[in-house]
Write a protein that binds this ligand. Structure first.
Ligand code: ATP
Ligand code: MG
Length: 399
């Protein structure tokens, strides 16, 4: 009893079904530790919660009145690593109380369903009924209370879960899908090249979903591009923070490199030469920040610089992996995700990007590595890269 007095009885808790069940051993443990750590960090803003896991389920329990359950639920629905999420109502550990709670708390769901079953779990092994007996008792009474329902133990529309735990019992239904993927940070750190377009925010989101902690880099061509175009990129980055967590955006002054390339190199190779500098600068930054890969929003064949040969020429300057999660996706598929993660409306705002300002009239679609290297042979490449890296402006964005 003293235990119950110490812990305020939770009226409602949030349950997380932890994802990627294929993970085993050490990976599994690091998955859960990362995920719970990320959940704690994210919940700080929403009140005082207790966060722990048991048998591939995360438990999020409010400790006091400071907790905003609606905003916490919304935030947790964007937490990578979670396969399913639901809210659950606490009640007394008696079949009567569990039945009453199911009847009121799940009323709308049960009234609108056709078939159901009840599944019980006993974490408290001293509970006097077996799981099967508890499911049968509460299931039978629910069936009487909702004549619209038939019992279907194999393929029910709704499963009512009863969980008998140490201090309380909990009642809930099937979880909604969670954000999926791996907990941010589990796969290490990488740098994502963020432009103001539709693609790179989606690429960034996809790689955060695979467990990468990200730093963002943006190439900015003042005064050819306006302050609004920079604001647009920061707005996009901000929109990614609910998924990615805190983000640092490294804004690289790119004008003088672009002007040098315009002045000294063949115009039809400008785009690929410019992209090689983007990769060199990003890689130099990656070394500084201990990041192990670069991410771009390229998709095969979408524009002249995204052919196989152009990508080979771009990638040749990199010694770390370049991840291109959109490489095999159609624009409609990319747009679909950008709408889902709410970056689309910002991406289509009509501010120019550093690439569009200097686009050559006839960009080469099949530049060979040799001619590209030849075209930049007279440039002071290392100095140009170091100069750009040393003049980076950093903006920190909180979720
Ligand atoms: P996006 O929609 O992401 O702008 P895009 O289809 O316009 O992509 P490109 O302009 O060729 O394609 O750029 C390809 C990738 O290079 C981008 O997805 C992004 O990762 C990176 N990139 C392009 N411009 C910039 C920039 N100004 N700052 C940072 N990264 C950039
Ligand atoms: Mg672009």
């Amino acid at each position: 009893m003293s235990n119950i007095e110490q812990t305020p009885v939770a009226q409602e808790i949030i349950l997380l079904k932890l994802g990627e069940l294929v993970l085993k051993g050490q990976n599994r443990r690091s998955f859960e530790d990362k995920l719970l750590g990320n959940a704690r960090k994210l919940l700080r803003k929403h009140g005082n919660f207790k966060v722990y896991s048991r048998q591939a389920t995360g438990y999020i329990e409010p400790k006091d009145d400071s907790c905003d359950m609606d905003s916490a639920y919304l935030a947790l629905s964007k937490l990578f690593g979670v396969a399913g999420i639901c809210r659950s109502r606490a009640c007394e550990k008696t079949p009567e109380s569990m039945l009453e709670t199911a009847k009121t708390y799940l009323k709308d769901t049960l009234m609108n369903a056709r078939s159901f079953k009840v599944e019980s779990k006993r974490a408290d092994k001293s509970f006097p009924m077996t799981s099967i007996a508890l499911s049968q008792t509460v299931g039978g009474d629910l069936h009487d209370a909702f004549p619209n329902l038939t019992v279907d133990v194999h393929n029910p529309e709704v499963t009512v879960y009863l969980e008998v735990r140490e201090t309380n019992a909990y009642v809930h239904v099937n979880p909604s899908p969670g954000a999926g993927g791996l907990p941010v940070g589990m796969s290490g750190k990488a740098i994502s090249l963020l432009s103001g377009g539709i693609d790179s925010p989606v690429a960034t989101w996809m790689m955060a979903k695979r467990g990468l902690t990200l730093d963002l880099v943006h190439f900015f061509s003042h005064p050819y591009t306006s302050p609004e175009s920079k604001e647009k990129v920061l707005t996009l980055a901000k929109k990614l923070t609910p998924w990615c967590g805190k983000l640092h955006v490294h804004i690289v002054p790119f004008t003088s490199i672009q002007e040098t390339l315009m002045r000294e190199c063949p115009e039809d190779l400008f785009t690929v030469l410019m992209r090689r500098f983007m990769m060199r600068i990003s890689e130099a930054l990656a070394h500084k920040l201990h990041c192990g890969a670069l991410i771009t929003g390229e998709s095969l064949g979408q524009v002249a610089s995204q052919t196989m040969m152009a990508m080979q020429a771009t990638e040749a300057v990199c010694n770390i992996p370049v991840f291109r999660p959109l490489i095999g996706m159609d624009k409609t598929e990319i747009v679909h995700i950008s709408k889902k993660i709410d970056t689309f409306d910002t991406s289509i705002l009509p501010f120019e990007d550093c690439c569009t300002v200097f686009t050559p009239r006839h960009p080469r679609t099949k530049p060979s590595l040799e001619e590209v290297q030849e075209a930049e042979a007279t440039l002071a490449i290392d100095e140009m890269v170091m100069d750009a890296v040393n003049n980076i402006e950093k903006v920190v964005l909180e979720p």
